[in-house]
Design a binder for this molecule. Structure first.
Ligand SMILES: C[S@@+](CC[C@H](N)C(=O)[O-])C[C@H]1O[C@@H](n2cnc3c(N)ncnc32)[C@H](O)[C@@H]1O
Length: 414
């Protein structure tokens, strides 16, 4: 069963371009199943929410099937606090989607002998692949979760690898092992820690999933310069769990309402469809321009939905109702920030630029901050703060609208 599954998955990864001939020996020598715990929550390629746990001891066929599928496998929820077979609220450790793992490995210059720091050891599978390619003595892997780090170390030892496994905050890197030719993060960031730049060689490469608060995320590959900056292009879409210390606070919509919806909101109408804002790359373009803002979608049984937009300061919100066959959509905005207007202006900028995909964007990181640019580093993406109004309210009531569950969009691939 394992052999056939492994071969089938290898063929799929070769066919989609993620597994190169350079990495095929590592794929063969470091079987994924040796790094997957008995109890997992397999992801779905189409982003459908995970179901109940699959346990190797009670359902080996499902377990092997998941391990040799191109899906991420969640191995821990809610920082280990969640118990039981149902999924928890937030995946906190996983064995990443194979396409993602090999796309990342193939995107960095990992010749034998290169020194590598991996941020986010997880199950240890990527660490083992790195060891196989550059030698375990050249790999430092950092994991914030003690239990995950211990499990990974055990699995790595079982296949004969002993990279330096550090338990700690990967945002600080590991200066004792520096300088690194490659720093590779397998958890996403909204701010690239400057420690990664400082601990890299000049000409070294930092590869990380990067995404704004709003959503949308892509791998960015930065090359480190002698002046303490790092710059480079976004490569392709990704969807990783966040570096723990950079997780966004996303209060429920009810936290924003001073009374039942529409509360004190100002009604309006917009020709911009909420549907236009949904694609992952559009969310990215909006999020870069409108930091500190995030969406939630409230779906109804008849197929319509409300797009809620919130600021992380919990002062402002907006809703836009999507219904089929409309040319105008009802909007409501409340608070000092007119969030529908801000997001709409960001969408129009994206459209004016010819609807750029991830690969036209890039990022520059300096000791004092970071800038996202379009096409070339001298064209920074505008960061918007639309009209602010004088306002006073304490929007803290717990009354939600129509009582539906709210959820963020975005399919995990880590
Ligand atoms: C997608 S998983 C990594 C998958 C892993 N590379 C593998 O092959 O199994 C992301 C990991 O990043 C870890 N992480 C989150 N924040 C971190 C931090 N500040 N420092 C180090 N690791 C962190 C999580 O605990 C989680 O194990």
């Amino acid at each position: 069963m394992a052999e056939a599954g492994r071969t089938r998955l290898a063929s799929a990864l070769i066919a989609n371009g993620s597994l190169s001939s350079q990495w095929l020996p590592a794929y063969t020598n470091v079987p994924r199943h040796l790094f997957v715990p008995d109890r997992i929550w397999p992801g779905h390629a189409d982003g459908v929410r995970q179901g109940r746990a699959v346990d190797r001891r009670t359902d080996p066929a499902a377990w092997w099937g998941a391990v040799y599928s191109d899906v991420p496998l969640t191995t821990q929820w809610d920082n280990g606090k969640h118990q039981g077979d149902e999924p928890g609220v937030m995946p906190s450790t996983s064995n990443s989607m194979p396409t993602m793992v090999f796309s990342m490995l193939g995107a960095v210059p990992l010749t034998p002998g290169a020194r590598v720091a991996e941020i986010g050891t997880g199950t240890g599978w990527t660490s083992a692949l790195l060891c196989e390619r550059v030698g375990a003595a050249n790999v430092v892997t950092i994991e914030v979760d003690e239990e995950s780090a211990a499990g990974a170390q055990r699995r790595l030892a079982r296949v004969g690898y002993a990279p330096l496994t550090v338990v700690g905050d990967g945002a600080e890197g590991y200066p004792q092992g520096a300088p690194y030719d490659v720093v590779m993060a397998t958890c996403s960031v909204g701010d690239v820690p400057h420690a990664w730049v400082e601990q890299s060689t000049v000409g070294g490469v930092i590869l990380a999933p990067w995404g704004p608060d709003y959503g949308g995320e892509a791998l960015v590959r930065l090359t480190v310069a002698a002046d303490g900056t790092a710059s480079g292009p976004f490569l392709s879409s990704s969807a990783f769990m966040r570096l723990r210390q950079q997780r966004a606070v996303r209060p429920d919509s009810s936290a924003y309402l001073s009374a039942p919806w529409p509360a004190d909101g100002e009604r309006g109408a917009s020709a911009l469809s909420p549907e236009a804002l949904g694609p992952w790359s559009v969310m990215f373009a909006i999020g870069v321009q409108v930091p500190g803002v995030f969406p939630l979608v409230e779906r109804y049984d008849d197929g319509t939905y409300t797009l809620w937009i919130h600021d992380t300061a919990v002062t402002s919100w907006a809703t836009a109702d999507w219904e089929p066959d409309r040319t105008e959509y009802e909007t409501v905005q409340s608070g000092p920030r007119r969030l529908w207007d801000e997001v709409g202006a960001a969408w129009r900028w994206w459209e004016d630029q010819g609807r750029p995909g991830f690969e036209r964007f890039g990022l520059t990181v300096t000791p004092t901050g970071q800038t996202v640019w379009l096409d070339t580093p001298d064209r920074p993406v505008p960061v918007r703060r639309a009209s602010r109004r004088a306002y006073s309210t304490s929007p803290n009531s717990k009354r939600g609208r129509r009582g539906c569950a709210l959820r963020a969009e975005g399919a995990s691939r880590d």
